[in-house]
Design a protein around this ligand. Structure first.
Ligand SMILES: CC(C)(COP(=O)(O)OP(=O)(O)OC[C@H]1O[C@@H](n2cnc3c(N)ncnc32)[C@H](O)[C@@H]1OP(=O)(O)O)[C@@H](O)C(=O)NCCC(=O)NCCS
Length: 145
């Protein structure tokens, strides 16, 4: 396993990984990235990824805001879950970026695996946005300072 900063050459692998999650869980609002939205986010955001040999198995997209790094996408391939890879990736991100600014992210209220991951990493819930997702669900906002 190793962690790398991702570049535009990794975009096809990022798209495939997102597609594998869509296939696994259907197009749930908890994690639904239509191609155009994903393309726009990959163009605007920075990315780091975790690899098993040469295969990209998880990645995080994040953007620089004036006061914070906003994490916009968190994805681990279904076949590589519960190996601690995303925890390691986040720890790498926190060490690299978390000293200068807070980290912010939001999560669907029913996405328990993601909430557990963020809570284990020391993220704290700061507020909720009702009816934020297309299914009417609430977004939970977390920060880590
Ligand atoms: C959420 C997600 C990124 C977690 O990835 P992962 O590789 O399984 O995470 P890790 O193996 O690093 O898990 C670290 C910790 O997170 C928590 N966690 C992860 N998955 C969990 C689950 N299904 N149930 C409970 N806790 C979970 C645990 O505390 C875990 O530590 P432990 O295994 O020692 O108990 C992954 O499930 C995923 O890609 N889901 C689909 C996309 C998604 O929903 N992204 C987030 C949108 S906001």
């Amino acid at each position: 396993m190793h962690i790398e900063t991702l570049s535009s050459s990794h975009k096809p692998s990022m798209r495939s990984l997102v597609e594998a999650i869509h296939v696994e869980q259907g197009l749930l609002p908890q994690f639904y990235w239509p191609k155009d939205l994903l393309g726009a986010e990959m163009a605007a955001a920075e990315a780091i990824g975790v690899f098993e040999d040469a295969e990209l198995v998880g990645f995080v997209l994040y953007r620089e805001l004036p006061q914070a790094w906003e994490i916009s996408l968190v994805a681990c391939h279904p076949q590589f879950r519960r190996r601690g890879y995303m925890e390691m990736l986040f720890e790498h991100l926190v060490a690299a970026k978390g000293q200068e600014r807070e980290l912010w992210l939001e999560v669907h209220e029913e996405n328990v695996p993601a909430q557990k991951l963020y809570e284990k990493l020391g993220f704290k819930e700061v507020r909720r946005r009702p009816r934020y997702y297309m299914d009417g669900a609430t977004a939970i906002l977390y920060t880590r300072s």
